[in-house]
Design a protein around this ligand. Sequence first.
Ligand SMILES: [Fe+2]
Length: 178
Amino acid sequence: MANIRIRNTNERLTTEESVREFLEAQGVLYEHWDPEKLPEDLRDKFILSDEEKAKILETYHDEITSLATRNGYKEWDIISLSDATPNLDVLLKKFEQVHVHTEDEVRAITAGNGIFTIKGEKAGYFDVELSAGDVISVPVNIPHFFTLMENRKVVAVRLFIDSTGWVAHSYNDPDFKA
Ligand SMILES: [Fe+2]
């Protein structure tokens, strides 16, 4: 279950209701998929074969197609990051720059954890800590970045309208304090 830290006030939101209400008010889609649908051997596995990635997509086929139909996503895949990922530290440094995209950034966490730091219209920057089952869509043109938590591992489904056009445009924000 996701929880939120609002950076300006250090307020934490830890109940499902408060998290849902806050993200809805910020225009950030949030939903929850049942993490127990995933076969047990894939719940803590971060080096994945193509067959295992296909198994994850197959497990959440209904949830993926429902979300894709609602929001117009056309493609999906699996991303996995862990200390086994070559140059993880370099990658994380790159990720941790505030940026925007010309389409939504959609991530459904299936194992491990991740944090999206997002600039809310009213709330300023807030951190959304995600665990298995949490699904988030950072809307188009909303400044944000992604990083890992202390365990440095995550598996997520990514959904795109057009993955070839999905690039990060850096967003230089004097309001942002790391
Ligand atoms: Fe992004």
